[in-house]
Design a protein around this ligand. Structure first.
Ligand SMILES: Nc1ncnc2c1ncn2[C@@H]1O[C@H](COP(=O)(O)OP(=O)(O)OP(=O)(O)O)[C@@H](O)[C@H]1O
Ligand SMILES: [Zn+2]
Length: 684
């Protein structure tokens, strides 16, 4: 199956420009993609690593409306934050583009037109929800209702965030507009559909037969989608933000964000080519069969990259298909799902500010703990432990000892190797083996395993020094020390290469310290990377300890978020639609006094009350037994809705309703006049 490719196109999911990037995004997508891209470049492969901001879709328009700015202003803000933070973190994109760019509008319009002209789409006029007040069709997140699959009350028109089901607005129970709260009406509108059902057999063959090597989580999700039967999927929306549908008479319609977003990878490549001054250079990266295309994404994007986008690429005809889609599961934070809207996240731009010079520590921890086969949890304690016990105590300690001893004993000039003893040979054997293991794991998309092999080399070095104790030996056997330090420096040099994909800043610092020239993967494992007589450069520590106070401050920050969320969730009911004064005056609300009270038999909640209303004495059944004991409320003045039509409750005729105030937990309390009022007094 493995083919010799001439070049590599690596894509990383386009981050949605309605918030900054957090550690979940990084662990799921950008860290593994970057490790892969950097490794291939070190191998001397032709690599194009593309990404950009995904700037269309309903959530952006909702945010813009909320903040009173235009959608373009909304995306500009996050595009800049995201782009800068990726750069500082060392994500080595060849281009970070954006879908509001002109090149993307052109590319996605062209794409749509090609499919349209080939007769791929089905054109359908359907009845869709329309907000009669906001005068707008309600696509995706503009509509909310109860999920038909799990009963979650705040499911969106396109997806239920509680159970993960993909929905269409017509499936929602009790739908309402998120713009006005109105119940939507049905109105007919025309849209274009990609008939995925027609490509079911092809998908079955291409993925289920042809890509059995894909990760189990990815293959499994594809299989379940295909086995459930695919449906035609609308690729246009009634919205005013996005790429306009490039057909006459379609004002107010744009391409569905999930249609245009993956085309964004192609547009980004074109953007790169234009910026290079070689506008045609994009084509081989997308059209040449000798190009290996790999999509890095998180699990919620699998269907788009394994089913929908491939059908688009195939039906278009000019493009290659992905060779692999190594999607990750999800990273959680301190036991809870990461969430942009609940601010439950470690934000990359904040981390970079609060931990200056420590981008690689986060890269290391996120790779070591990446959700490759199952969801995983990030905790600050684990972050601290991995830094202190692994990066500082093993990697940093080893390199530091090797360099400091060379400086102290030989003025920083690499000593030559003498006769090798068994322990030296064993260590050199490991040095030769481990780079191949790291490479094998990276090529199999097992980045955690690759990182373990890289660290294994640091461990081997650290143990070698601990076992041979050159700092003692220098007093008795100086020539032996030369060999030991020479070998330790060869290991350090290989570490500078092996660490580059994972911790590029550290690798650069280390290779600077060792005075290495340009690094290349094929050099890793060699025993002569720094020859005797070579001068080491300036030193410095690669890593330093992270103290408890620093970690406690981060944990405190999260606790504050939790508290703020709890406070914010104590909301009051929203205001009801306006009524006229006349509507209100029709209600006869009066002051009455409870003169008798008893529990209604065989019920938990009901009390049977006798009231003096000033006009009569009447019986009212009220659901307050959990809050008031009958004997304690005799003489209590209450407000009564006197002209409510009588109702029979548990065989008792109840005439009117006692008004109760209800707090957020559902606890009830009488509403009564501050001063005693004659029974029958009105409330108005
Ligand atoms: N917690 C997570 N763990 C792993 N991958 C994630 C996580 N959250 C998002 N991703 C992935 O990151 C990529 C970019 O995400 P995107 O910008 O679409 O945000 P999102 O999924 O809406 O996340 P959020 O709601 O947290 O902002 C996607 O491929 C997505 O699958
Ligand atoms: Zn659901």
């Amino acid at each position: 199956m493995s083919k010799n490719y001439k070049r590599h196109t690596i894509t990383a999911a386009l981050p949605y420009a309605n918030g900054p990037v957090h550690i979940g995004h990084l662990a799921g997508v950008y860290v593994p993609a970057d490790i892969y891209a950097r490794y291939l470049r070190l191998k001397g492969e032709d690599v194009l690593f593309v990404c950009g901001s995904d700037e269309h879709g309903v959530p952006i328009t909702i945010r813009a409306k909320k903040e009173g700015i235009t959608p373009q202003q909304a995306v500009d803000k996050y595009h800049t934050i995201i782009k800068d933070s990726f750069k500082d973190f060392g994500i080595s994109f060849n281009i970070y583009s954006r879908t509001s760019a002109q090149v993307h509008h052109e590319t996605s319009s062209e794409f749509f037109k090609t499919l349209y002209n080939k007769g791929i789409f089905e054109e359908k006029v359907t009845e869709q929800y329309f907000d009669p007040k906001a005068l707008q069709f309600l696509a995706d997140r503009y509509i909310e209702g109860t999920c038909p699959k799990c009963g979650f009350e705040k499911a969106y028109g396109d997806q239920c965030e509680n159970c993960g089901s993909t929905l269409s607005p017509s499936e929602l129970i009790n739908p309402h507009s998120t713009l006005s709260g109105e119940k939507p009406v049905l109105k007919s509108t025309k849209h274009w559909y990609l008939p995925l059902d027609k490509y079911e057999n092809w998908l079955r063959e291409w993925i289920l037969e042809g890509h059995k090597e894909w990760k189990a989580n990815v293959y499994g999700q594809c299989k379940s989608w295909i086995d459930q039967g695919l449906q035609p999927r609308a690729v246009t929306r009634d919205l005013d933000w996005g790429v306009p549908v490039p057909l006459p008479g379609t004002e107010g319609k744009v391409l569905y964000v999930w249609f245009d977003a993956p085309i964004g990878y192609i547009s980004a490549t074109k953007d790169w080519a234009q910026q290079q001054g070689t506008p045609e250079a994009w084509a081989p990266y997308w059209q040449d069969q000798d190009t290996k295309l790999v999509h890095f994404i998180g699990k919620d994007n699998i269907v788009f990259h394994c089913v929908i986008f491939p059908v688009m690429l195939k039906t278009h005809g000019d493009y290659i298909l992905p060779d692999n889609v190594p999607a990750n599961e999800f990273l959680n934070l301190e036991g809870n799902k990461i969430s942009t809207s609940r601010n439950w996240a470690v934000w990359l731009h904040e981390y970079l500010q609060e931990f200056p010079g420590k981008a690689d520590v986060l890269r290391y921890v996120l790779c070591a703990n990446a959700p490759e086969t199952k969801d995983n949890d990030f905790t600050w304690k684990d972050f601290q432990a991995r830094n202190n016990n692994e990066l500082v105590a093993i990697f940093g300690n080893f390199v530091n000892r090797a360099v400091v001893l060379t400086r102290k004993n030989y003025d920083g000039i690499v000593p030559a190797q003498g006769t090798l003893e068994n322990i030296d040979k064993e260590v050199l054997e490991k040095l030769k083996e481990l780079p191949e293991k790291v490479a094998g794991s990276i090529e199999a998309y097992r980045f955690r395993e690759a990182l373990t092999f890289m660290m294994e080399l640091a461990r081997v070095g650290n143990k070698y020094l601990a076992d041979t104790e050159p700092w003692q030996l220098i007093k008795t056997d100086a020539s032996r020390v030369k060999t030991i330090l020479n070998i330790s420096l060869q290991i350090s040099a290989s570490l500078a290469i092996l660490a580059e994909p994972f911790m590029p800043h550290t690798a650069a610092k280390l290779s600077e310290m060792l005075g290495l020239e340009k690094l290349s993967w094929k050099d890793a494992g060699k025993d002569n990377l720094v020859v005797g007589g070579h001068q080491l450069k300036a030193g410095g520590l690669l890593f330093d300890k992270i103290e408890d106070e620093t970690i406690e401050a981060q944990i405190k920050k999260l606790q504050d978020t939790k508290l703020a969320n709890e406070l914010a969730s104590k909301t009051v009911a929203p205001e009801k639609p306006a009524v006229q004064f006349d509507d209100f005056t029709q209600m006869d609300i009066r002051i009455a006094t409870i003169i008798e009270a008893e529990k209604v038999a065989k019920t938990k909640k009901l009390l049977k009350l006798k009231l003096d209303t000033g006009i009569d004495t009447r019986t009212v059944v009220s659901g307050i037994a959990e809050y008031y004991e009958p004997e304690k409320i005799i003489g209590q003045q209450v407000c009564l809705l006197a002209n409510l039509a009588p109702r029979e409750i548990k065989g008792i005729e109840s005439k009117g309703m006692i008004l109760m105030a209800e707090d957020k937990d559902g606890k009830l309390s009488f509403v009564s006049p501050v001063n005693k009022i004659t029974n029958g007094g009105t409330v108005s």
